[in-house]
Design a protein around this ligand. Sequence first.
Ligand SMILES: [Zn+2]
Ligand SMILES: [Zn+2]
Length: 197
Amino acid sequence: MVTKESKPKARSSTAAKKVEPKAPVKVTRSTPIKVLNRDRSPRELGIEILARFYMGEMDLDMVKRRALRYEGRTIGDDEAVLMLLSDMIRNAEDHQLKARLMEAIAEFYSILGQDPRRVLAEMHKTELGIFKEIGFEHVTISCKDGACPACRKHDGAKLSVEEALALMPLPHAACTRKVHSKAAPFCRCKYFGEFVG
Ligand SMILES: [Zn+2]
Ligand SMILES: [Zn+2]
């Protein structure tokens, strides 16, 4: 009779797995939205955006209660999301954070089917201000792979920070992808700072 052989239950992996270096980056609870889905409610999508700034459902509902109590107004989830983000912009001291919040508002507008470009322009202006402060002299325009053909035409264009501030080429005036659709969120063309001309 065969006695029970001692089969190791689980292979103990002695091989030192590569140790993930703890990068000194802020932990965000949400990853950037990859595919936005119109089937999801503005509330759900709004909460996803708010999570990037460590806010959530409780904050959303608090804003709605506050509007009702102090202003006698019943506000929707979409307005509440925008109020929370706007409040944060007002209180943000950090320009980077301000720019990220503006981008979030633009994204949410886009999800709601509204033109996000006014907010995007504000965001780019803020970003250019940051570049100027850091000492970048030039910026390069970079479009994401999924950008519309009108935007892609300008991919790689280089200009001075001053020119960019004067001309405000972003968001692209001819962009055809302003309002989010399931397959294609708005074009996220960006500036990258360059030290040398
Ligand atoms: Zn663009
Ligand atoms: Zn575009």
